[in-house]
Design a protein. Structure first.
Length: 113
């Protein structure tokens, strides 16, 4: 008999706005709603999750929401044994292009084969 692990949704503090619910960079105005959490200060994520390597859990990359985690600061944890990405050495970043690593898709880790 096998057991199925059910993914659970949980609310965490929005990494992009640090739970304030407003745009942290005041791009449109100092009262602009955070586009990641919609002004709520919290976001729904599926468990299990891990900190985003590309933005280092901040939810932003150069004053934009992170392409990898979409501003949440976390990404779904890979299922199975993982290893540090041999291309970016765990940073999640492609040093030559300043974009996310194409090998691990910005997660900094990948499944072992």
């Amino acid at each position: 008999m096998s057991t199925v692990t059910k993914e659970e949704k949980v609310k965490i503090v929005c990494a992009f706005c640090n739970g304030r619910g407003i745009d942290p960079f005041d791009l449109l105005s100092e009262k602009s709603t955070c586009h990641v959490c919609g002004g709520k200060g919290k976001v729904d994520v599926s468990t299990p999750f891990m900190k985003c390597a590309y933005c280092k859990g901040t939810g932003n990359y150069k004053s934009y929401s992170c392409n990898v985690c979409r501003g949440k600061g976390v990404v779904p944890k890979l299922k199975g044994r993982t290893k540090v990405c041999p291309e970016c050495y765990g940073s999640g970043e492609d040093i030559s292009s300043d974009m996310e690593c194409l090998t691990c898709h910005g997660k900094g880790v990948m499944l072992t084969t």
